[in-house]
Design a protein around this ligand. Structure first.
Ligand code: ADP
Ligand code: MG
Length: 405
């Protein structure tokens, strides 16, 4: 096989623009390649990265289908002999950080689906993993649970370790436990040696520091030391620093001194792409219709979507056949029903009242513009979320005429 033969087979499998701009830059290193290892060279790491992210699977499939080999594939920068990056490698050998935490090998930038809801967080995380300590320091990623914060944080770690950096990944809780343990053992020097001698400190869920004064104090010093040495610090939390209660002001202002970026629940198209990626990674096969059903009905977190996929997969394995949409709905019914149970008419009224700064009793009894507006919103939500009929809604809102609803 030579480069030309290989590219001819690859061409039909990828987008034309990808072929012209990227694939044509590939050059097979025949001297170093054999049946078990195939090495391609490219001019720079951006091209290498793009190819790895966008069509490594297609390259694998060409080698397998047309050349009947299933090798480890390396996309190397032509002048750089030390850096070998391969998808298979990453999967087989989970990376260990300097504090001995094993990073999830699936939490990589390649496996992270980017949409509007997380684009900024993804880009800054990616940037930080390549140029640590420079522009966005600290980087603070926040957002609700199950939306990809830990994934991005560990992706930074995986990438930085690939680039030979010393990385510490720690949850705030572990940081505190190790701190207390070191204090008890009178071994603070060891603790400081670990946490203050790294290129990147990745610290997950810092909202946990809330109210823990001496841990905050120690972290404050760790942070300052690393920051003054131009070392990168990345943090995540479920809230923006200004909303984390029980945090010392000096720490809060440190957290806010770099770049703060949010992850949110993705919109439909991105959810569909995430579901497809997860199915590929976990070799789960489900119908397009089921993919759409999950994407439309799961709106709180990606973790729940993964839970749904695992459930469906387990069911189809036990039943030894793939599920149709109705069977899938049945499997997921409990899950969805539970979520709907949490929403009640009383909760809707209370929430709307709070948002519009009006009393629930006022909504029911008065006809002020604000009360009328509140009723409209409540009616809409009750229909959308609870599928209540006009009679039930009119009744709850103390309205005599259900046709108004
Ligand atoms: P958080 O730390 O925000 O609570 P995680 O990072 O643990 O959430 O994400 C929960 C799960 O959802 C993980 O398995 C992660 O891989 C997945 N996930 C979240 N966002 C994405 C995304 N944009 N693309 C792919 N997987 C995602
Ligand atoms: Mg997390």
């Amino acid at each position: 096989m030579n480069t030309k033969e290989f590219l001819n087979k690859l061409k039909p499998l990828i987008l034309n623009k990808d072929f012209k701009s990227y694939a044509l830059q590939l050059s097979l290193n025949q001297n170093k390649s054999d049946d078990t290892t195939v090495i391609f060279e490219v001019p720079n790491q951006f091209i290498a990265k793009y190819i790895k992210t966008r069509f490594l699977n297609e390259i694998e499939s060409v080698l397998e289908t047309h050349f009947h080999i299933n090798p480890d594939i390396f996309i190397e920068v032509a002048t750089n002999i030390s850096k070998r990056v391969a998808k298979k490698d990453t999967k087989l050998e989970p990376k260990k950080t300097a504090n001995n935490t094993t990073l999830n090998p699936f939490f990589t930038f390649e496996n992270f689906v980017v949409g509007k809801s997380n684009e900024m967080a993804y880009k800054t995380a990616n940037f930080v993993s390549l140029n640590e300590g420079m522009q966005y320091n600290p980087l603070f990623i926040y957002g609700g649970t199950g939306l990809g914060k830990t994934h991005l944080l560990q992706a930074i770690g995986n990438e930085a370790i690939n680039n030979g950096k010393t990385v510490i990944y720690v949850t705030s809780e572990e940081f505190m436990n190790t701190f207390i343990f070191s204090l008890k053992k009178n071994n603070m020097q060891h603790f400081r040696d670990i946490y203050r001698k790294c290129d990147l400190l990745l610290i997950d869920d810092v909202q946990f520091f809330s109210g823990k004064e001496s841990t905050q104090e120690e972290f404050f010093h760790t942070f300052n030391e690393l920051h003054s040495l131009n070392k990168q610090v990345v943090m995540t939390a479920d809230k923006i620093p200004s909303q984390i209660a029980g945090l010392e002001d000096r720490l809060r202002s440190r957290f806010l001194s770099g770049l703060t970026t949010k992850v949110e629940m993705p919109k439909l198209e991105t959810k569909i792409a995430i579901i497809k990626t997860k199915c590929d990674l976990n070799k789960i096969q489900i119908d397009e219709e089921i993919v759409n059903f999950i994407a439309t009905n799961f709106n709180n977190s990606i973790r729940e979507i993964e839970g749904a996929l695992v459930n469906l997969d387990a069911h189809s394995k036990i039943m030894q056949r793939s599920l149709n949409i109705n069977q899938a709905k049945e499997v997921l019914a409990d899950h969805l029903f539970q979520k709907q149970k949490e929403i009640t008419m009383t909760k809707i009224i209370e929430t709307v009242a709070r948002e519009l700064n009006i009393k629930p009793s006022t909504i029911k009894t008065k006809r002020t513009p604000c009360a009328v507006e509140a009723k409209r919103v409540i009616i809409y939500l009750a229909k959308e979320l609870l599928h209540n009929n006009s009679f039930e809604i009119a009744n709850e809102l103390g309205m005599k005429n259900r046709s108004t609803v």
